[in-house]
Design a protein. Structure first.
Lengths: 353, 353
DNA sequence: TTGAAAGCGCTAACAG
DNA sequence: CTGTTAGCGCTTTCAA
């Protein structure tokens, strides 16, 4: 494209004011009307192949790029969704958000990321921003110990999905992992391996997930005809230290310690594992361990590697994307869907193939 | 606001077609011209307090929300930036992205999140999306072992910043942690504590960070008049297993093992720590350990807790936001800025206060 | 102080 | 097959 400055006035003009070329520029240079150019570029309407080619060529040469802002204004679809996270659990939201973004990108939907940090004021401001940008849908994410107040009312008109978070409002859609089922999976696995004295070391009682997993634990024990042993269910913190403490209390000087530990997350499991090793108790020979989260760095770094429950966060994110697209398309969905967890067997439970 | 359906036709009309009210609706209902309404809402132009109040009141009642799309179209500023990440290091990008989003939100700039997963094709598609949406700036992030090709040429016209990633192109701006300085900090700390046989266990040689930290390690030793001991610099993987292996090789049957380990990340450090404990070697009494990344779950879960180098990723993200805003404002910046790392002392180095 | 009107860049009828 | 035109929702001169 060796053109002198005045032979293609429009182009040079565009260059001069450093502005992105518009469809006008393309039309002028291709010597067609602006409407024709639009048809060519959007590949609709009836047009001679020749004209179409010419327009497309000019557009390419000019580096023309349709202005989505203008398009959205017209179509009243922004091809944009917002995602509101609370950072407290970055490690959980990331895979979800990633998978969601991925799924949405397939439909050429872009994602606005907003982090509210559990601050209602910030949340409010972000929401204003997003609504101002005319997002087509909203995803709210981040596990919290309490159910979160619904924001449906505020965003009335566009679909909202809660992921890894549960709204109070019954006619919104929430997508969460099946905590109870996951716990059952873990405990059934241990029972199948012949363990009979299974303790559950978990997080603070005010987390709903803690309650649900407790229920799963009890259910699995009950189904196998095993009684829950007093003191074998322990609330604590989500940390390695908490796991170590629990082991100290359960094993030091106890007549009949557990022969298996089902832990509320991998950090607790890891702490427990270390504490057992310090005491010369063999894992999995004497005590089998199953964690929760299947967090690779924790799980593969441990010795022996940890058997754990995977919440399939990516699947959760993908599913959320899928549903959001459907809802944007007009479908209506409500309620709480619990997606299955998966058991990933490694050496710590002694159940590896 | 108890109005019968026909008393406020505009509003009910808006409700009926479920459309967000526009400035027209506000103007009509407030019985002013659309231009006047605009002035009132944007608080510019001269206007009687009375009219302004009336417009604002109507807007509030109607739930009016300015359409940023239309505003942007007019102002040719979208108040929007894109961020392009490569997921390989989710754990690193997250704090950066978070801080960046935070800083930008202060200026009411929203962030489009795109994940390219190191796939040039996806990257290209995302870039097209972003440019179509007329982003005012772009941040590219994610550590890679190799320098990344510049995308400046492609996005010509809007400012680009590389964070935690370094562009080949010399006239773009890159923000990275000062790996060399961080390493120096770690080694100086160990030297100050009287250690003389300091080994460096790190990641694969093809990472630039590995080379830089090696340089910092050597520099600190040299400055203290300590010779580098053959075999004490070890490339490996970024994993706990790698740390354990290194300890096996350095300590088992060696006449003169290290008295300190500076590790390329916290996982290596943690593996080394565990391996030492298995051998009955006391940390920090016999061997002091310093990690890198200051990754809380790793660092606080370890026993004893790990002294580590913090790359201040949040600061990096904030700084990136700051600079991007400046660049959007017209400032021009190029080159590679290295932001300082920080030493965080805990028990594993024996240097706690 | 307020209103009217010309666009921002694009699409979709509707004419020609 | 192609051109003209009326907006999408908003801001900003320029008149009144």
């Amino acid at each position: 494209m060796a053109a002198s400055d005045d032979s293609i006035p429009v182009e040079s003009a565009a260059r001069q004011r450093e502005a992105t070329p518009t469809i006008r520029d393309v039309a002028r240079l291709a010597e067609v009307s602006i409407g024709t150019a639009s048809k060519a570029l959007n590949d609709n309407g009836r047009l001679s192949a020749e004209t179409r080619q010419k327009v497309l060529r000019v557009a390419r040469e000019l580096g023309y790029r349709p202005n989505h802002l203008a398009q959205s204004l017209h179509r009243s679809k922004s091809m944009t969704v917002g995602i509101l996270t609370n950072d407290s659990f970055g490690r959980f939201s990331f895979p979800i958000v990633e998978a969601l973004e991925d799924r949405l990108a397939d439909q050429r939907i872009a994602v606005f990321m907003c982090n509210a940090t559990d601050d209602p004021e910030r949340e409010r401001r972000h929401l204003d921003q997003l609504l101002g940008k005319r997002i087509d849908g909203l995803v709210v994410t981040a596990r919290r110990s309490d159910k979160r107040g619904s924001i449906e009312a505020y965003v009335r008109g566009i679909p909202v999905i809660y992921v890894f978070a549960q709204a109070e409002d019954a006619d919104s859609l929430s997508l969460v992992p099946d905590d109870e089922g996951g716990a059952r999976l873990a405990v059934e696995h241990l029972i199948k391996l012949g363990r009979k004295r299974i303790a559950h070391l978990t997080g603070p009682a005010h987390f709903e997930a803690v309650a649900l997993r407790h229920r799963g634990y009890s259910a699995a024990l009950g189904a196998a005809g095993l009684a829950e042993i007093p003191g074998f269910f322990r609330n604590g913190r989500w940390s390695e230290a908490s796991g170590r403490e629990a082991v100290a209390e359960l094993f030091d000087g106890a007549a009949a310690p557990p022969d298996a530990l089902f832990c509320g997350n991998d950090m607790i499991a890891r702490g427990a594992l270390d504490a057992l090793r310090d005491r010369g108790i063999k894992v999995p020979e004497q005590v089998a361990i199953v964690g929760f989260d299947n967090w690779d760095v924790m799980v593969t770094g441990a010795q022996p590697p940890l058997t754990s429950i995977d919440m399939n966060l990516k699947a959760l994110g993908r599913e959320a994307g899928e549903r959001l697209i459907a809802m944007i398309g007009g479908e209506r969905m409500t309620g709480v869907r619990r997606l299955p967890c998966t058991l990933v067997v490694r050496q710590s439970s002694g159940g590896a193939a």
